[in-house]
Ligand binder design. Structure first.
Ligand code: IMP
Length: 445
């Protein structure tokens, strides 16, 4: 199908969990190649399809379409045991990933001792902890930039893998025991665990850049799927309350070893309100009954950790910042139906500092962001539900006004609106350049 673009980039425009998985799932039938480029199994994508529910962490949700080949880029951190568990889960759900899933040999391996370090380092931070997913993501990325990580190609070389893993885990054990006062990791068991998983992952190793170039030469559109979100990006997020990878579009080119011009227009996914898991500033957070209502209506509990998510109003300042740093061309607003039944809604449009001055963007100083008071605008809620609406004309007037208000604040079109958890509960909106192609893909899905 000629959808009007050679590739498409999908990134999160908030603190992750925006619903990217649903959008990728809806679109990926039109993309012979779907690529994940950052993070690891800290991500969690829930896809509901034909009464089945898939919770994916490492594997792109595109895998559910049998015509799609999925790639995990060099900039990812891969826990081989977690990947094998996910492959087994897919097979048990009658999804056969064989020959359709490839892992860059340059990706970083997450070792069992990275998981232990993640927990122990968090414990040492006490009240100032990041609230990580505990998957070993940060320690593995740390080892990568310190230049002593194990890279995925070793999974095909069991002797070297065992030697390097033993040396790395022994080093990690010194930090665990001597500095952090934690238990050491059992080296024999950990290496055994790794070797078992390695045998399953080794056949998946393939250089991602050349594979994507072959797709491009054939005219195959490529879908790039960012994990987490712009506000969790290691450089531009609310540092240090961020993940350890680049979540913005250029990270995809670096991770896959392809030209930035291959990346395509950027669709930023945002919820109609805001959520965050873990610590860190969250200016629009609601710690009252309205926040609880968003959490319950939106089932805001982590796919990966089951933790209750912090909930708040849509923050147009944070979203506008994300649009700028991620170069987002158009926005998909998810879970609009969760706002059904609210008498009135608020949107954060500015931040007031303790000295009375105001900010209209996110400052580099995260402590400053902790101290801002949000300035909000009130908008009317809507009586008729948006739940399940699949036609823009059927949206209640106040819901359409809410979306227009967001567009004015964000200065980019809202092109997709999700109105429920199921695949069909989506509408394409307006006449912006992405609307036509997205409408065609979704209609053909
Ligand atoms: P880490 O990525 O496990 O190191 O966690 C660092 C921060 O990113 C924590 O606040 C996590 O809750 C958050 N985080 C990591 N992955 C996701 C995700 O997929 N969705 C939402 N938050 C995430």
């Amino acid at each position: 199908m000629d959808q009007g673009f050679a590739s498409l980039m999908i990134v999160g425009g908030q603190w992750g969990d925006e619903g990217k998985g649903k959008v990728v799932d809806l679109l990926s039938h039109a993309f012979p190649a779907v690529v994940r480029f950052n993070g690891g199994h800290n991500a969690g994508h829930t896809v509901r399809f034909a009464n089945r529910r898939f919770a994916l962490h490492l594997v792109p949700s595109g895998i559910i379409h049998e015509t799609t080949t999925c790639y995990l880029g060099a900039g990812m951190v891969i826990d081989p045991k977690a990947l094998v568990a996910e492959l087994d889960q897919l097979v048990s759900e009658d999804v056969d990933p064989s020959g359709r899933l490839f892992v860059s040999p340059r990706a970083t391996i997450i070792l069992p001792s990275h998981r232990a370090l993640d927990h122990a380092r968090e414990g040492a931070l006490g009240a100032g902890k990041i609230g990580t997913t505990g998957r070993g993501i940060g320690p593995a990325y740390g080892d990568c930039v310190l230049r002593h990580a194990l890279r995925a190609f070793l999974l095909a070389e069991p002797t070297r893998l065992a030697e390097s893993a033993t040396a790395a885990i022994e080093l990690h054990n010194r930090e665990l025991v001597d500095l952090l006062g934690a238990d050491p990791v059992d080296v024999t068991a950990a290496v055994g665990e790794l070797l078992t998983a390695a045998g399953r992952v080794a056949p998946l190793l393939r250089e991602v850049g050349p594979a994507l170039e072959r797709h491009a030469k054939r005219g195959d559109p490529i879908l790039f799927e960012g994990a987490q979100g712009a506000l969790l990006d290691v450089l531009y997020g609310t540092y240090p309350f961020v993940t350890s990878s680049g979540c913005l579009p250029p990270a995809a080119a670096a991770s896959c070893g392809v030209a930035t011009k291959m990346l395509g227009p950027v669709l930023g996914i945002m919820k109609a309100y805001t959520t965050r898991v873990g610590g860190g500033p969250f200016p629009s957070e609601l710690t009252n009954a309205e926040g609880d209502r968003l959490r319950e209506r939106g089932a805001e509990y982590g796919t990966t950790t089951g933790r209750p998510r912090r909930c708040g109003w849509f923050d147009a300042v944070a979203a506008r910042y994300a649009i700028q740093v991620a170069g987002i061309d158009a926005v998909g607003v998810m879970k609009l139906d969760v706002l059904d039944g609210f008498e009135s809604l608020r949107v954060v449009v500015g931040y007031r500092l303790p000295d009375g001055s105001t900010l209209d963007t996110m400052p580099a100083d995260t402590e400053l962001l902790e101290r801002v008071t949000p300035l909000t605008e009130e908008l009317p809620g809507w009586r008729n539900p948006t739940s399940g609406v699949i036609d823009q004309d059927q949206l209640p007037a106040a819901a359409e006004d809410y979306l227009r208000f967001l567009e004015e604040r964000l200065e980019v079109p809202v092109v997709i609106v999700s109105t429920g958890p199921y695949r069909e509960e989506i509408l394409v909106r307006g006449t912006s350049p992405l609307a036509g192609p997205l409408q065609r893909i979704i209609a053909a899905g």
